[in-house]
Write a protein that binds this ligand. Structure first.
Ligand SMILES: NC(=O)c1ccc[n+]([C@@H]2O[C@H](COP(=O)([O-])OP(=O)(O)OC[C@H]3O[C@@H](n4cnc5c(N)ncnc54)[C@H](OP(=O)(O)O)[C@@H]3O)[C@@H](O)[C@H]2O)c1
Length: 327
């Protein structure tokens, strides 16, 4: 359903945005981008979150009542959700990626908020994992709601492609599955993605659309990533090729144990997530030809992974994968 309130969206610039997930990687970048664009920000955060560098945070349990009260009290012009499960395990994914976003949507609709910008992920186009089904379930609700929506489905983040930085810096080889060319992606930086999210608030072409988005091309493979990393560190390239079947074996073994133990069940899901990212590209999927289409994957922004690796190498800081890292 499309909202009849779409005309009021352009007034969102300079208006007030309820930003959820402001303490996460993209949430923090979105906070900065909103601030730079002149928006006022209300950021509900759960107790104990790291709110350093963030003004306008409000402690919140994310109950339906609290979200509704916040939206009514602050008369927000838009909601932006960067909420996601920190672990990706099924129960937490359904709780956060689906249920919390769903509560937020109900609160936004009831409060008459005209605009909802939602951060999702490109991998939901080929769903096999619990967190992907949880995200899709919320995406479906959002598309049916009487609110003007944008669903942003980015490709890979820089943090997810920086996990081997420390091992390579310490002289170890870069690990690739198979020949290192089974997958590809157009990675997007936190800042570029944040600018894209902010643009969605008032760009008419972003309204009521699912928006896959990558960073500047061309698409790069894990082998390309390793080569960039060695160049940034000025180390001679050294790769180790790992059979992808290894991940399937681990996932299957843990699935069997998972019949007896919750912890093994969660580890099995994490192994399946690892297998998914080792075998599926983060590019637009063309269902007609059953293949990923690098050329058609939209590009936005100017930051490159090679520059990011050079900055990491120069700054001597550890990689910034955070708790959501898969690799
Ligand atoms: N990693 C990638 O390469 C990639 C690629 C494409 C798309 N994506 C998608 O992009 C989105 C954002 O990812 P991200 O890396 O920015 O996430 P992130 O750093 O893990 O941040 C998650 C945010 O959600 C909040 N949150 C988690 N559980 C919560 C709960 N139970 N109650 C309240 N708040 C909760 C966190 O708050 P706390 O600080 O309190 O934990 C944090 O603010 C996700 O949907 C992800 O799937 C990721």
């Amino acid at each position: 359903m499309q909202s009849d309130k779409a005309s009021s969206v352009s007034s969102a610039r300079g208006g007030k945005v309820l930003l959820c997930g402001a303490t996460g990687t993209i949430g923090r970048a979105a906070y900065k981008a909103l601030h730079q664009s002149g928006y006022k920000i209300v950021a509900p955060v759960r107790p104990g979150s790291d709110v350093s560098g963030l003004d306008g945070t409000v402690p919140c349990t994310f109950s339906q009542d609290e979200l509704s009260a916040l939206l009514k009290a602050h008369k927000c012009d838009a909601v932006m959700s960067c909420l996601t499960s920190r672990t990706g395990v099924p129960d937490d994914a359904w709780h956060v990626d689906h249920a919390l976003n769903s509560r937020l949507l109900t609160a936004a609709v009831n409060a008459g908020v005209p605009r909802f910008v939602h951060l999702s992920a490109i991998c939901v186009q080929k769903p096999r994992l619990a967190f992907q089904f949880a995200k899709l379930a919320f995406e479906a609700e959002l598309q049916q709601a009487s609110i003007t929506w944008s669903i942003v489905r980015p490709t890979a983040f820089f943090k997810s492609l920086s996990g081997q930085f420390n091992r390579v810096r310490s002289g170890k080889p870069f690990l690739v599955f198979g020949n290192g060319q089974m997958t590809a992606c157009k990675p997007i930086s936190d800042a570029d993605l944040a600018r894209f999210l902010v643009r969605c608030l008032d760009a008419p072409e972003c309204q009521n659309k699912i928006l896959p988005v990558g960073g500047p091309g061309p698409a790069i493979t894990p082998l390309n990533q390793g080569t960039m990393l060695f160049e940034a560190l000025d180390h001679p390239p050294k790769f180790r090729h790992v059979p992808i079947a290894m991940l399937s074996v681990i996932a299957s073994g843990l699935s069997v144990c998972g019949r007896l133990s919750e912890s093994a069940r969660e580890k099995a899901e994490l192994a399946r997530i690892g297998h998914y990212y080792a075998s599926e590209s983060m590019l637009l999927w063309d269902d007609r030809v059953k293949a990923y289409d690098a050329a058609s994957t939209p590009e936005f922004g100017s930051d490159t992974l090679a520059d990011h690796y050079r900055q990491l190498a120069a700054s001597n800081v550890p990689d910034d994968r955070g708790a959501h890292a898969v690799f």
